[in-house]
Design a protein around this ligand. Structure first.
Ligand SMILES: CC/C=C\C/C=C\C/C=C\C/C=C\C/C=C\CCCC(=O)SCCNC(=O)CCNC(=O)[C@H](O)C(C)(C)COP(=O)(O)OP(=O)(O)OC[C@H]1O[C@@H](n2cnc3c(N)ncnc32)[C@H](O)[C@@H]1OP(=O)(O)O
Ligand SMILES: Cc1cc2nc3c(=O)[nH]c(=O)nc-3n(C[C@H](O)[C@H](O)[C@H](O)COP(=O)(O)OP(=O)(O)OC[C@H]3O[C@@H](n4cnc5c(N)ncnc54)[C@H](O)[C@@H]3O)c2cc1C
Length: 627
């Protein structure tokens, strides 16, 4: 029945202060207040409804996304929301759109790679959305290999301009979000050519469309690259294709914090690492880690609530069947994902600190932690997005057949999320970067340069290197093993930072105890999953492995009474979850049944096409093959 909490009995089992855990999950009382207030604002406004997306055509879907983006912007302006509140509003609107790239990449690129003068010119226009930007780096022929990009930016000293050109088909910009139909400007990455000499890939601000009638400017060919994975999902985003035909831009539209070109045509490289040109990608990778905890926690919330609602088998003497959440197999699949959601939340908090720290150091020209920041953002983006994509799919399976319904929210969540394993860096390519960092660290063992921070533990392998020094096989030959080592390195960081989180003051009855249980589940589940490596390297004995297994089962039993409260702590509205299976009150079956009849296919009891195709079949009016 409506208004009844079908999960009340589960909530009454909780052994900790859920409101205190909500603050821990949000990060602070202030962050909780903003999230709670804005999520409810979005959920209560019919202008942000999203339950009809799977029934819209691509063009209807996209136009609806533009409407919502404009409505969101009006809401932000009318309510005078802060930058933090506005970002939260866009997050809870929960629809991939051009605004993600405008706010999430275009503006950070100007802030990170533009000079003070360039920031003063372009940021006010971007913040007021008087221009709409995208991040145009990837091309048809190159994405991972940035140094392989083919677009050219040739300096013309006669006119003090750069000529931006797409020399080949494969140099067409391809994938940038927001590019296809909306962006008026791009940060375009191109090979800088001055006086006939190449100076690597740099970023250039290029206007694409008229601010009067939105038509593409001279020399600009631009459009959408077409339908992507899934129906609604990421098709709300106009990922675009862009070709330049000798487009001229003023010299001062090359982002010049890292490298400069003078009006005399002199190329100057600042005394900063050229990799700062990649700074926007590092920034986004650390935000993607925080986003992974959001996406995984959404899926886990749905699967946990539904696992408590769903009963199957086990009825004794006509009594209620067993809740599937009570099956050890369901717990062994679900609870490690619940623990991962919390683990990724805390590693996301730490990575945000690491990024802020390296950014502050860069301002003082201190590049000492840049390699570690690159390795951590690359590796943790790879680890968390892979685990989250796999986790969302596991949550779908944990919900049985109903998990495959769009009304469960899981198919769309999966379809929107999975490209995170590719965008902002293919996950394998990024792990290879971590492997390169680890190998460089190993090669420096024994020198005066002692490993610190997240690689401090590597001093312990020093003895290994001394006896094995000289035994080197090619990086490429060992890359599979090195990628596994990179994953293990990143997992160690996640576990370490979870443990460090538990050493902080954590208020609330039973809250720290619950987090300790989740931390132990996360660590022991990894040990169980990779026990072959631990056993073969002698790190643990078979007895240790057996003990870990026993402890995991015990920990699952400890989580069980608190599972619903632990997902309530995410404080997601039913609107944001977009899932009948995950609705707060657990009143699933009536809602599933009601939703079915709203499908357009049920607008008529006799389907279109019956008289044309089915009736002739049934009435044998179609010659049937001799049976
Ligand atoms: C719908 C959205 C939902 C959620 C999103 C939520 C939040 C996000 C918020 C905002 C964003 C909005 C939406 C996100 C959605 C989509 C956005 C997607 C955008 C994109 O995909 S942009 C394009 C991304 N492309 C890539 O990531 C390319 C990957 N390739 C590379 O980075 C490089 O090519 C490379 C690193 C693999 C190789 O570079 P290279 O060849 O130049 O360098 P080397 O390998 O030779 O290394 C030399 C040396 O340099 C060091 N190095 C490399 N990179 C860096 C770096 N970034 N920082 C510091 N140092 C770096 C390397 O370690 C070597 O050092 P060494 O000492 O010599 O060993
Ligand atoms: C939804 C979505 C949104 C995007 N948005 C943007 C955007 O806004 N702006 C933008 O510029 N780009 C964007 N991209 C592009 C994205 O950044 C690239 O697709 C991504 O960087 C991967 O590069 P790629 O496509 O060249 O993959 P490839 O590198 O071609 O990967 C193909 C395979 O090759 C493997 N591989 C590649 N190099 C190596 C190597 N050295 N060693 C071993 N294996 C290797 C990879 O692991 C992978 O298995 C987006 C992509 C998607 C899917």
């Amino acid at each position: 029945m409506e208004g009844v909490d079908h999960l009340a009995h589960e909530r009454n089992k909780s052994e900790f202060d859920v409101d205190a855990m909500k603050i821990v999950w949000a990060g602070s009382p202030h962050a909780f207040d903003v999230s709670d207030r804005i999520s409810k604002l979005v959920a209560s406004d019919p202008g942000f409804r999203k339950d009809n997306r799977s029934t819209l055509s691509r063009k209807e879907l996209f136009k609806n996304t533009l409407r919502k983006a404009a409505y969101a912007w009006k809401t932000i302006v009318d309510l005078r929301l802060s930058e933090e509140e506005a970002a939260k509003l866009r997050f809870y609107v929960d629809e991939p759109a051009f605004t993600d790239l405008h706010w999430g990449m275009f503006i950070p690129a100007i802030k990170g790679q533009g000079t003070e003068e360039q920031q003063q010119k372009w940021l006010p226009l971007a913040y007021k959305m008087q221009i709409i930007g995208c991040y145009a780096q990837t091309e048809l022929g190159h994405g991972s290999n940035v140094q392989g990009l083919e677009t050219t930016a040739t300096f013309d000293p006669q006119t003090d301009e750069f000529i931006i050109h797409s020399p080949t088909l494969t140099s067409s910009k391809w994938w940038p979000g927001g590019l296809g139909k909306v962006a008026t400007h791009a940060i375009a990455y191109a090979r800088l050519i001055v006086g006939g000499r190449e100076h690597g890939v740099n970023g250039f601000i290029v206007q694409l469309r008229s601010l009067e009638d939105h038509s593409p400017l001279l020399g600009i060919t631009v459009g959408d690259i077409g339908m992507k994975f899934g129906n609604g999902a990421y098709n709300t985003m106009d990922n675009g294709v862009l070709r330049f035909d000798h487009v001229r831009i003023p010299r001062n539209q090359m982002l010049m914090r890292v490298s400069q070109v003078t009006c005399e045509g002199k190329y100057k490289q600042s005394d900063v690492p050229r990799q700062l040109v990649y700074g926007t990608m590092v920034y986004v990778r650390q935000t993607i880690v925080a986003d992974a905890s959001c996406a995984l926690s959404r899926a886990v919330c749905i699967a946990t609530r539904y696992s408590a609602v769903r009963r199957q088998f086990g009825s004794q003497n006509g009594g209620p069947e067993t809740q599937v959440i009570d099956y050890k197999t369901q717990q062994s699949r679900l609870f490690p994902l619940l623990a991962s959601a919390y683990a990724f939340r805390f590693i996301g908090e730490w990575l945000k600190w690491l990024y802020a720290d390296v950014t502050q150091r860069l301002q003082a020209n201190d590049f000492s932690t840049l390699p570690e920041a690159h390795a951590c953002t690359a590796g943790l983006k790879s680890l968390t997005t892979t685990a989250t994509a796999d986790g969302i799919e596991e949550c779908r399976k944990l919900c049985g057949g109903h998990g495959y319904l769009c009304s469960s929210g899981l198919p769309e969540l999966f379809a929107v999320y999975v490209p995170a394993c590719t965008y902002e860096g293919d996950n394998t390519v990024l792990l290879l970067q971590v492997a390169r960092f680890l190998m460089k660290t190993v090669s420096q063992l024994g020198s005066s340069k002692k490993p610190v921070g997240t690689i401090a533990y590597m001093t312990r392998v020093e003895h290994l290197m001394q006896c094995r020094c000289g035994v080197q096989r090619g990086f490429a030959e060992l890359s599979v093993d090195l990628v596994e080592a990179a994953v293990a390195h990143c997992q160690l960081i996640v576990v370490s930072k979870f443990i460090e989180k538990l050493q902080q003051e954590i208020p609330g009855k039973g809250v720290k105890q619950q987090l300790e249980v989740l931390c132990n589940i996360y660590a022991l589940f990894l040990l169980h999953k990779h026990q072959g490596d631990f056993l073969s390297t002698g790190c643990i004995t078979p007895k240790h492995a057996a003990l870990a297994n026993d402890e995991l089962r015990s920990l699952y039993s400890q989580v069980r009474p608190n599972a619903i409260a632990l997902v309530d702590a995410f404080n997601y509205t039913d609107h944001y979850l977009g899932s009948i299976l995950g609705c707060y009150d657990g009143n699933v079956y009536p809602k599933l049944y009601e939703a079915a009849w709203k499908d357009p296919l049920n607008e008529s009891v006799v389907p279109d096409g019956y008289h044309q195709y089915i009736r002739p079949l049934l009435k044998q009016e179609i010659r049937t093959a001799r049976l």
